[in-house]
Write a protein that binds this ligand. Sequence first.
Ligand code: BV8
Length: 258
Amino acid sequence: MKDRRYAHPFRDLRARIRAATSVCVLTGAGMSAESGIPTFRDAHSGFWARFDPMQLASEEGFRAEPQRVWDWYEMRREGVRAAEPNEGHRALAAWAGRHPGCLTIVTQNVDDLHQRAGGGGRIIALHGHIMENRWLDPCPKAEDMMRRPCDIAVAEPGRPPKCPTCDNLLRPGVVWFGESLDYRDLSAAEEVAASCDVLLVVGTSGAVWPAAGLAARARHAGAHVVIINPEPTEIDDEAHIVLTGTAARLLPRIFDPL
Ligand code: BV8
Protein backbone atom coordinates (compact mmCIF):
# COMPACT_ATOMS: atom_id res chain seq x y z
CA MET A 1 0.00 0.00 0.00
CA LYS A 2 1.94 3.03 -1.20
CA ASP A 3 0.93 6.39 0.21
CA ARG A 4 2.05 9.54 -1.63
CA ARG A 5 2.36 11.44 1.65
CA TYR A 6 5.40 9.35 2.33
CA ALA A 7 7.66 9.97 -0.64
CA HIS A 8 10.59 9.14 1.65
CA PRO A 9 9.13 6.52 4.00
CA PHE A 10 12.33 5.72 5.88
CA ARG A 11 13.21 9.38 6.40
CA ASP A 12 9.66 10.11 7.58
CA LEU A 13 9.61 7.10 9.91
CA ARG A 14 13.03 7.87 11.38
CA ALA A 15 11.92 11.43 12.09
CA ARG A 16 8.77 10.16 13.82
CA ILE A 17 10.77 7.72 15.94
CA ARG A 18 13.28 10.43 16.80
CA ALA A 19 10.42 12.63 18.06
CA ALA A 20 8.59 9.80 19.84
CA THR A 21 8.48 9.26 23.58
CA SER A 22 6.87 5.81 23.21
CA VAL A 23 7.54 3.31 20.42
CA CYS A 24 5.83 -0.09 20.37
CA VAL A 25 6.99 -2.96 18.16
CA LEU A 26 4.58 -5.89 17.70
CA THR A 27 6.49 -8.91 16.38
CA GLY A 28 5.49 -12.28 14.98
CA ALA A 29 7.23 -15.38 13.74
CA GLY A 30 8.75 -13.53 10.76
CA MET A 31 10.92 -11.60 13.23
CA SER A 32 12.81 -14.84 13.93
CA ALA A 33 12.82 -16.20 10.37
CA GLU A 34 16.29 -14.78 9.59
CA SER A 35 17.56 -16.47 12.74
CA GLY A 36 16.62 -19.79 11.15
CA ILE A 37 13.39 -20.44 13.07
CA PRO A 38 10.60 -21.42 10.63
CA THR A 39 7.55 -19.16 10.79
CA PHE A 40 4.45 -20.62 12.32
CA ARG A 41 2.62 -21.11 9.05
CA ASP A 42 5.58 -22.06 6.88
CA ALA A 43 5.27 -25.72 6.17
CA HIS A 44 7.35 -27.37 8.85
CA SER A 45 9.84 -29.60 7.11
CA GLY A 46 9.95 -33.37 6.99
CA PHE A 47 7.96 -35.41 9.54
CA TRP A 48 6.20 -32.35 10.98
CA ALA A 49 4.95 -31.05 7.61
CA ARG A 50 2.09 -33.56 7.81
CA PHE A 51 0.67 -32.07 11.03
CA ASP A 52 -1.36 -28.88 11.46
CA PRO A 53 0.50 -26.58 13.88
CA MET A 54 -2.86 -25.21 14.97
CA GLN A 55 -3.83 -28.71 16.13
CA LEU A 56 -0.47 -29.44 17.73
CA ALA A 57 -0.49 -26.07 19.54
CA SER A 58 -3.70 -26.83 21.44
CA GLU A 59 -4.63 -28.47 24.73
CA GLU A 60 -6.91 -30.85 22.84
CA GLY A 61 -4.04 -31.90 20.59
CA PHE A 62 -1.75 -32.40 23.57
CA ARG A 63 -4.24 -34.47 25.54
CA ALA A 64 -4.91 -36.59 22.47
CA GLU A 65 -1.26 -37.16 21.57
CA PRO A 66 0.97 -35.95 24.46
CA GLN A 67 4.13 -37.63 23.15
CA ARG A 68 3.76 -36.27 19.61
CA VAL A 69 3.09 -32.72 20.80
CA TRP A 70 5.90 -32.92 23.38
CA ASP A 71 8.32 -34.11 20.66
CA TRP A 72 7.22 -31.21 18.39
CA TYR A 73 8.07 -28.73 21.12
CA GLU A 74 11.36 -30.47 21.91
CA MET A 75 12.27 -30.21 18.21
CA ARG A 76 11.37 -26.50 18.20
CA ARG A 77 13.29 -25.91 21.44
CA GLU A 78 16.39 -27.39 19.81
CA GLY A 79 15.95 -24.90 16.96
CA VAL A 80 15.62 -22.00 19.40
CA ARG A 81 18.75 -23.06 21.32
CA ALA A 82 20.72 -23.21 18.05
CA ALA A 83 19.40 -19.83 16.86
CA GLU A 84 20.92 -16.42 17.52
CA PRO A 85 19.21 -13.00 17.56
CA ASN A 86 19.43 -11.47 14.06
CA GLU A 87 20.23 -7.92 12.94
CA GLY A 88 16.61 -6.97 13.48
CA HIS A 89 16.57 -8.09 17.13
CA ARG A 90 19.88 -6.35 17.67
CA ALA A 91 18.76 -3.06 16.07
CA LEU A 92 15.74 -2.93 18.42
CA ALA A 93 17.88 -3.83 21.45
CA ALA A 94 20.51 -1.20 20.62
CA TRP A 95 17.88 1.50 20.18
CA ALA A 96 16.24 0.51 23.46
CA GLY A 97 19.63 0.83 25.16
CA ARG A 98 20.08 4.35 23.76
CA HIS A 99 16.54 5.41 24.68
CA PRO A 100 15.72 3.90 28.08
CA GLY A 101 12.01 3.59 28.79
CA CYS A 102 10.93 4.41 25.21
CA LEU A 103 10.58 0.97 23.59
CA THR A 104 8.08 -1.78 24.33
CA ILE A 105 8.30 -4.99 22.34
CA VAL A 106 5.06 -6.96 22.27
CA THR A 107 5.90 -10.33 20.82
CA GLN A 108 3.73 -13.24 19.71
CA ASN A 109 6.86 -15.35 19.54
CA VAL A 110 7.62 -17.95 22.16
CA ASP A 111 11.35 -18.05 21.41
CA ASP A 112 13.71 -16.03 23.60
CA LEU A 113 15.55 -14.10 20.87
CA HIS A 114 14.30 -10.62 21.86
CA GLN A 115 15.29 -11.38 25.44
CA ARG A 116 18.71 -12.68 24.39
CA ALA A 117 19.31 -9.58 22.23
CA GLY A 118 19.18 -7.54 25.46
CA GLY A 119 18.96 -3.74 25.42
CA GLY A 120 16.76 -3.39 28.46
CA GLY A 121 13.55 -2.59 26.57
CA ARG A 122 10.27 -3.85 28.02
CA ILE A 123 9.23 -7.16 26.43
CA ILE A 124 5.67 -8.50 26.70
CA ALA A 125 5.55 -12.14 25.54
CA LEU A 126 1.83 -12.56 24.79
CA HIS A 127 2.02 -16.25 23.96
CA GLY A 128 4.42 -17.40 26.67
CA HIS A 129 7.86 -19.00 26.56
CA ILE A 130 8.72 -22.23 24.74
CA MET A 131 11.74 -22.89 26.96
CA GLU A 132 9.53 -23.07 30.06
CA ASN A 133 7.23 -25.87 31.25
CA ARG A 134 4.25 -25.99 33.58
CA TRP A 135 1.83 -28.63 34.82
CA LEU A 136 -1.05 -29.59 32.54
CA ASP A 137 -3.60 -29.84 35.36
CA PRO A 138 -3.95 -28.19 38.77
CA CYS A 139 -2.15 -30.32 41.34
CA PRO A 140 -4.68 -32.76 42.92
CA LYS A 141 -2.66 -32.68 46.16
CA ALA A 142 -2.63 -28.87 46.45
CA GLU A 143 -5.24 -28.93 49.26
CA ASP A 144 -3.51 -31.70 51.20
CA MET A 145 -1.03 -29.86 53.42
CA MET A 146 0.58 -33.18 54.33
CA ARG A 147 1.62 -33.94 50.75
CA ARG A 148 4.05 -32.11 48.48
CA PRO A 149 2.42 -30.53 45.40
CA CYS A 150 3.69 -31.51 41.95
CA ASP A 151 7.31 -30.37 41.77
CA ILE A 152 8.95 -29.78 38.34
CA ALA A 153 12.34 -30.41 39.98
CA VAL A 154 11.44 -34.05 40.63
CA ALA A 155 9.33 -34.71 37.51
CA GLU A 156 9.82 -38.18 36.13
CA PRO A 157 11.73 -37.92 32.80
CA GLY A 158 9.57 -38.84 29.81
CA ARG A 159 7.90 -37.58 26.65
CA PRO A 160 6.30 -35.66 28.35
CA PRO A 161 7.72 -35.75 31.90
CA LYS A 162 5.15 -36.44 34.65
CA CYS A 163 4.66 -36.08 38.36
CA PRO A 164 5.90 -39.27 40.10
CA THR A 165 3.03 -39.25 42.60
CA CYS A 166 -0.06 -38.17 40.64
CA ASP A 167 0.79 -38.63 36.94
CA ASN A 168 0.17 -34.94 36.18
CA LEU A 169 1.90 -34.16 32.85
CA LEU A 170 4.33 -31.33 32.13
CA ARG A 171 3.38 -29.13 29.15
CA PRO A 172 5.19 -26.25 27.42
CA GLY A 173 4.74 -22.84 29.08
CA VAL A 174 3.03 -21.34 26.02
CA VAL A 175 -0.51 -20.11 25.30
CA TRP A 176 -2.21 -22.64 23.04
CA PHE A 177 -5.02 -21.91 20.58
CA GLY A 178 -8.24 -21.86 22.51
CA GLU A 179 -6.47 -20.75 25.72
CA SER A 180 -6.81 -17.21 27.05
CA LEU A 181 -3.78 -14.99 27.19
CA ASP A 182 -2.54 -13.87 30.58
CA TYR A 183 -4.82 -10.88 31.21
CA ARG A 184 -1.94 -8.88 32.72
CA ASP A 185 0.13 -9.28 29.55
CA LEU A 186 -2.81 -8.52 27.27
CA SER A 187 -3.89 -5.47 29.30
CA ALA A 188 -0.32 -4.15 29.31
CA ALA A 189 -0.01 -4.68 25.54
CA GLU A 190 -3.36 -2.96 24.90
CA GLU A 191 -2.35 -0.04 27.11
CA VAL A 192 0.95 0.43 25.22
CA ALA A 193 -0.77 0.14 21.84
CA ALA A 194 -3.31 2.77 22.87
CA SER A 195 -0.68 5.22 24.12
CA CYS A 196 2.36 4.86 21.86
CA ASP A 197 3.38 7.44 19.27
CA VAL A 198 4.55 4.85 16.73
CA LEU A 199 3.57 1.19 16.32
CA LEU A 200 5.73 -1.01 14.12
CA VAL A 201 4.20 -4.37 13.21
CA VAL A 202 6.98 -6.73 12.14
CA GLY A 203 6.79 -10.26 10.74
CA THR A 204 3.23 -11.24 11.52
CA SER A 205 0.51 -12.43 9.17
CA GLY A 206 -2.02 -10.71 11.45
CA ALA A 207 -4.02 -13.95 11.58
CA VAL A 208 -3.92 -14.65 15.31
CA TRP A 209 -6.14 -12.80 17.77
CA PRO A 210 -6.24 -10.93 20.07
CA ALA A 211 -2.64 -9.91 19.16
CA ALA A 212 -3.68 -8.91 15.65
CA GLY A 213 -6.17 -6.42 17.12
CA LEU A 214 -3.40 -4.29 18.61
CA ALA A 215 -2.74 -2.59 15.26
CA ALA A 216 -6.30 -1.24 15.01
CA ARG A 217 -6.22 -0.24 18.67
CA ALA A 218 -3.07 1.80 18.11
CA ARG A 219 -4.37 3.33 14.89
CA HIS A 220 -7.65 4.41 16.50
CA ALA A 221 -5.75 5.92 19.42
CA GLY A 222 -3.72 8.10 17.06
CA ALA A 223 -0.45 6.19 16.70
CA HIS A 224 1.43 6.16 13.42
CA VAL A 225 1.21 2.52 12.31
CA VAL A 226 3.80 0.93 10.03
CA ILE A 227 3.83 -2.70 8.87
CA ILE A 228 7.11 -4.36 7.93
CA ASN A 229 6.65 -7.61 6.05
CA PRO A 230 7.86 -9.25 2.82
CA GLU A 231 4.28 -10.07 1.82
CA PRO A 232 0.78 -8.70 2.45
CA THR A 233 -0.79 -9.35 5.87
CA GLU A 234 -4.37 -9.57 7.11
CA ILE A 235 -4.01 -6.23 8.90
CA ASP A 236 -2.38 -4.09 6.17
CA ASP A 237 -5.45 -1.85 6.14
CA GLU A 238 -4.64 -0.73 9.68
CA ALA A 239 -1.28 0.67 8.59
CA HIS A 240 -0.51 4.22 7.47
CA ILE A 241 2.22 2.65 5.39
CA VAL A 242 3.49 -0.84 4.58
CA LEU A 243 7.24 -1.31 4.09
CA THR A 244 7.89 -4.41 2.03
CA GLY A 245 10.95 -6.23 3.29
CA THR A 246 12.36 -8.38 6.05
CA ALA A 247 13.00 -7.68 9.71
CA ALA A 248 16.77 -8.13 9.65
CA ARG A 249 17.15 -5.86 6.63
CA LEU A 250 14.69 -3.06 7.37
CA LEU A 251 14.91 -2.62 11.16
CA PRO A 252 18.58 -1.57 11.12
CA ARG A 253 17.74 0.96 8.36
CA ILE A 254 15.04 2.38 10.61
CA PHE A 255 16.70 2.33 14.03
CA ASP A 256 20.47 2.62 13.37
CA PRO A 257 22.00 4.91 14.50
CA LEU A 258 19.03 6.89 15.87
C1 BV8 B 1 -7.81 -16.49 22.92
C2 BV8 B 1 2.06 -20.26 21.13
C3 BV8 B 1 -9.82 -16.55 24.18
C4 BV8 B 1 2.00 -21.72 20.76
C5 BV8 B 1 0.51 -19.15 19.61
C6 BV8 B 1 -11.03 -13.57 16.97
C7 BV8 B 1 -11.22 -13.85 15.64
C8 BV8 B 1 -10.86 -15.09 15.14
C9 BV8 B 1 -10.32 -16.07 15.97
C10 BV8 B 1 -10.14 -15.78 17.27
C11 BV8 B 1 -10.49 -14.54 17.78
N1 BV8 B 1 -10.19 -14.54 19.11
C12 BV8 B 1 -9.65 -15.73 19.45
C13 BV8 B 1 -9.61 -16.52 18.35
C14 BV8 B 1 -9.13 -17.88 18.31
C15 BV8 B 1 -7.60 -17.95 18.11
C16 BV8 B 1 -7.20 -17.37 16.77
O1 BV8 B 1 -6.70 -16.25 16.69
N2 BV8 B 1 -7.41 -18.13 15.72
C17 BV8 B 1 -7.04 -17.67 14.40
C18 BV8 B 1 -5.82 -18.44 13.91
C19 BV8 B 1 -8.22 -17.90 13.49
N3 BV8 B 1 -6.93 -17.25 19.18
C20 BV8 B 1 -6.71 -17.88 20.33
O2 BV8 B 1 -7.07 -19.02 20.55
C21 BV8 B 1 -5.99 -17.09 21.41
N4 BV8 B 1 -6.72 -17.24 22.64
O3 BV8 B 1 -8.16 -15.56 22.24
O4 BV8 B 1 -8.47 -16.94 24.05
C22 BV8 B 1 -10.61 -17.23 23.09
C23 BV8 B 1 -10.40 -18.57 22.79
C24 BV8 B 1 -11.17 -19.18 21.78
C25 BV8 B 1 -12.12 -18.46 21.07
C26 BV8 B 1 -12.30 -17.10 21.36
C27 BV8 B 1 -11.55 -16.49 22.39
C28 BV8 B 1 -4.61 -17.68 21.66
C29 BV8 B 1 -3.72 -17.44 20.47
C30 BV8 B 1 -2.27 -17.87 20.82
C31 BV8 B 1 -1.91 -19.14 20.09
N5 BV8 B 1 -0.49 -19.48 20.36
N6 BV8 B 1 1.78 -19.45 19.95
C32 BV8 B 1 3.17 -22.12 19.91
O5 BV8 B 1 3.89 -21.26 19.37
O6 BV8 B 1 3.39 -23.34 19.80
S1 BV8 B 1 0.24 -18.25 18.21
C33 BV8 B 1 1.36 -18.68 17.00
O7 BV8 B 1 0.92 -17.94 15.86
C34 BV8 B 1 2.79 -18.21 17.20
O8 BV8 B 1 3.05 -17.61 18.44
C35 BV8 B 1 2.94 -17.14 16.08
O9 BV8 B 1 3.81 -16.14 16.42
C36 BV8 B 1 1.56 -16.69 16.05
C37 BV8 B 1 1.04 -15.73 15.09
O10 BV8 B 1 1.44 -16.07 13.81
P1 BV8 B 1 2.56 -15.14 13.14
O11 BV8 B 1 3.53 -14.73 14.18
O12 BV8 B 1 1.87 -14.06 12.41
O13 BV8 B 1 3.26 -16.16 12.21
P2 BV8 B 1 2.84 -16.56 10.72
O14 BV8 B 1 3.67 -17.74 10.35
O15 BV8 B 1 1.36 -16.60 10.60
O16 BV8 B 1 3.30 -15.29 9.84
C38 BV8 B 1 4.66 -14.97 9.73
C39 BV8 B 1 4.74 -13.70 8.94
O17 BV8 B 1 6.10 -13.34 8.85
C40 BV8 B 1 4.23 -13.84 7.51
O18 BV8 B 1 3.41 -12.73 7.22
C41 BV8 B 1 5.50 -13.79 6.67
O19 BV8 B 1 5.28 -13.15 5.42
C42 BV8 B 1 6.39 -12.94 7.52
N7 BV8 B 1 7.82 -13.15 7.32
C43 BV8 B 1 8.47 -14.25 6.85
N8 BV8 B 1 9.81 -14.03 6.85
C44 BV8 B 1 9.99 -12.78 7.35
C45 BV8 B 1 8.74 -12.22 7.65
N9 BV8 B 1 8.59 -10.99 8.16
C46 BV8 B 1 9.72 -10.27 8.38
N10 BV8 B 1 10.96 -10.74 8.12
C47 BV8 B 1 11.12 -11.97 7.61
N11 BV8 B 1 12.38 -12.43 7.34
